[in-house]
Design a protein around this ligand. Sequence first.
Ligand SMILES: [Zn+2]
Length: 244
Amino acid sequence: MKKLILIFLISLLVLSSCEQKSSDSATSPSNSESKPLVQSVLTKEQRDAMTPDEIIQSLKEGNQRFVSNTLTARDHSEQVRKSALGQFPKAVILSCLDSRVPVEDVFDRGIGDMFVGRVAGNFVNEDLLGSMEFGCKVAGAKVIMILGHEHCGAVKSAIDDVKLGNITAMLSKIKPAIAKVTYNGEKTSKNEEFVHQVCESNVRHAMSEISAKSPILKELIDSGQLRVIGGVYDMDSGKVTFLE
Ligand SMILES: [Zn+2]
């Protein structure tokens, strides 16, 4: 009887160590092909070891993979389980609401990699600055990116002075960026060149608002712990032009 119990215990041990091995490994074979799925999530140690410049470089490389249609294959179920007890994202991305800008895919990032804030027109206000302060000061992210995009409906509507419900007040947040553009041609949404200039101005305006309106983020920037960058997403290619 004792022997039987011993054999049972040993087989249990062997089984549980096998399970441990498979969940600890970073990758596992996907069902459809031999390319392994990424199962690991960013740890505090990995994130803390990265500099803001290295994080920006990783965003650039991720966007290159998106453009070339070679996104990393991820085991999302496993990543969900592994990130359940904590998150250590390396960046905060503020994007427009636009459904054609799938932010995580655009930078080839997975669960737990970055915070994503979205508002039509990618402007900052008190709520978004508070979210960024949480993401950087409390949770430790080292890069903030303002991500605008071509053919932005919010930017075009602000240019055309659209008035409708709560959209009116929302568009007023984009108006300062329009005022900053010196342009001698037609200043309507039909002029693609003007829309592009306002789009870029809107990104740069949001970037400047971060240090102007958040002493907490300014301190992180001044001490080199945080970098703020901008980007404009090209609708035709998926490529992000980085503004630094
Ligand atoms: Zn937009």
